[in-house]
Every structure is written in structure tokens, then in C-alpha cells.
Design a protein around this ligand. Structure first.
Ligand code: FES
Length: 141
């Protein structure tokens, strides 16, 4: 996925479309991230001003939701569910298998795919009954 480079003008254009919606801080953060791939630090002040809230409030929302980020994701982003239902069907083995293969990943807590665990995502695409092989194949395309 290709994202725009940081631009204050572009950010202000995005915020002009989100600041008057209900729950404007979260919606603005999501919109900024969808354009730039992450929430750049200068965007926090712009969102605070556009939504008429403090920078601390914007920062609080930004750091509360794990799907919001302040950095660009790597080329291949793997997430593995380590919540209870997936642990019961093998996510610990998946985690250790991925580590042994040198695959970097983030832990997640439930994708809502519990019945088909262990669950993982590769670049946002959900896998049920995930295995080391299925994850590695998805990374390799
Ligand atoms: S517990 Fe893993 S997807 Fe719900």
C-alpha cells in the first residue's frame, strides 16, 4: 500500500472532512492514518486544534487504540492472536514457530475469528487455522 508523504496541507484537508463528525478525534486519527500510513507527531496538534480538544486528549486516544500507530508498518506486517481461544488451539506453538523462523510479528488480542483459531493476519489479511507455513507463504506472496 502506498501512502502520501506528510503534508500539513493534506492533513488540514483531511481534517476539514472529519472535524464536524461525531467522535471527531478518533475519526480524524483514523483518517490521517489512512492517508499517511501512520499518525505523524505534527498531526496531533492539528487534530487537537480542529476538534477543539487538548493535545493530551488526542494523544490519549492515539495511544489507547492499538490499531492506531505513530510509525509506518514494515513491508510485511504479521499479527498473531494470543488471546485465550487461540491459545487453546495452538497460538503458542504458532508464536514459537514463527520466532524460530525469524518472522517478526506483533501480538494481538482477538480478531473475532475465535472459532477458526489460531488466527493471524499478514498485511491485514486474516488467516484462520494459521500455521507457520501459511504465514510464511503469505509473506512470500
Ligand atoms: S481469541 Fe483469537 S481470534 Fe479470538
Amino acid at each position: 500500500m502506498t501512502y502520501a508523504s506528510w503534508s500539513k496541507d493534506e492533513a488540514l484537508l483531511v481534517l476539514s472532512q472529519t472535524r464536524d463528525k461525531p467522535g471527531p478525534v478518533l475519526i480524524s486519527l483514523q483518517a490521517i492514518q489512512s492517508v499517511f500510513g501512520f499518525v505523524p507527531t505534527p498531526a496531533v496538534a492539528l487534530i487537537a486544534e480542529a476538534c477543539n480538544v487538548s493535545r493530551a486528549e488526542v494523544h490519549g486516544v492515539l495511544t489507547f487504540y492499538s490499531d492506531l500507530r505513530t510509525f509506518l508498518l514494515p513491508a510485511n506486517h504479521v499479527r498473531v492472536c494470543v488471546a485465550e481461544a487461540c491459545q487453546a488451539v495452538g497460538s503458542r506453538e504458532l508464536v514459537s514457530g514463527l520466532k524460530s523462523q525469524g518472522v517478526e510479528f506483533d501480538k494481538a488480542f482477538c480478531f473475532g475469528n475465535c472459532a477458526l483459531g489460531p488466527s493471524a493476519t499478514v498485511n491485514g489479511k486474516l488467516q484462520g487455522r494459521a500455521s507457520v507455513d501459511s504465514v510464511v507463504k503469505a509473506i512470500q506472496g
